[in-house]
Design a protein around this ligand. Structure first.
Ligand code: PGA
Length: 261
């Protein structure tokens, strides 16, 4: 079945009060010119409101195609969780899509599958879209455990998620060794991993859910390698880190994804 491609810019801990909104203003009109691709930006918490405004949310139709995304959240609705940000707060700032389980949350900040699952379920229970990130480390890949690790991440991350809720889930396959390293999975390797993830979704839910769920690739995707990755049948878009900080590079990837439709 035809899946609408999706490209997200993960700004990580970059930009500031001036450069974040400026980047958003550069993206909005050009993204609107590529209706074949859904576009989101995952913005540092302090700049969500300013970036939402720069994207034209809540005012003119200009640029409203770019969704405002958060890089993380906490699963509890409120309370004594110093430093955390609730999903209600994110919604209040105009966020409609949230990343869960990003590799840097798992491997730098120590998030477990259980925590990632709690966040994923809370995002979906709040009727927001969720991008669940999975992917193997270099050691795991070299030990031949890529498929097993991705299957375990999917089963744990999506535990308790219903087939209906899967309509609001995108999976981001991001091999950890490819993130921010300039090393990119070959299109064939990425396609193999994506197809295997889709087969796991068919086992967990059914083939209709598996066919409808977008599985996007992340890990050093850039304008020079995006088209060949996106041409693979099971690669439905990208989650872009470094290249999302330059409007021209990010938009070239959005265009490449839009051309696949
Ligand atoms: P990268 O990051 O494009 O800089 O490799 C991707 C990501 O972490 O989502």
């Amino acid at each position: 079945m035809a899946r609408t491609p999706s490209v997200g810019g993960n700004w990580k801990m970059n930009t500031d009060r001036t450069t974040g909104p400026a980047l958003a203003r550069d993206l909005a009109p050009a993204a609107a010119a590529n209706p074949g691709c859904e576009v989101a930006v995952f913005v540092p918490f302090p700049y969500l409101l300013a970036v939402g405004e720069a994207l034209g949310h809540g005012s003119s139709p200009r640029g409203t195609r770019v969704r405002l995304g958060a890089q993380d959240c906490y699963f509890a609705p409120d309370g004594a969780y110093t430093g955390e940000v609730s999903i209600h707060m994110l919604k209040d700032c105009g966020v409609s899509v949230v990343l869960t389980g990003h590799s840097e949350r798992r491997h730098v900040l120590g998030e477990t599958d259980q925590l990632v699952n709690a966040k994923t379920r809370a995002v979906l229970d709040a009727d927001l879209e969720c991008v669940l990130c999975i992917g193997e480390t270099l050691d795991q890949r070299q030990a031949g455990r890529t498929d097993a690790v991705n299957e375990a991440r999917l089963r744990a991350g999506l535990a308790g998620v219903t087939a209906e809720q899967m309509a609001h889930v995108t999976i981001a396959y991001e091999p950890v060794w490819a993130i921010g390293t300039g090393k990119v999975a070959t299109p064939a390797d990425a396609q193999t991993a994506h197809a295997r993830c889709r087969a796991v979704l068919a086992e967990m839910f059914d083939s209709a859910v598996a066919d409808a769920t977008r599985i996007i690739y992340g890990g050093s995707m850039k304008p020079t390698n995006a088209a060949e990755l996106l041409a693979e049948p099971d690669i439905d878009g990208g989650l872009i880190g470094g290249a999302s900080l330059k409007a021209a590079d990010f938009l070239a990837i959005v265009e490449a994804a839009g051309e696949q439709t």
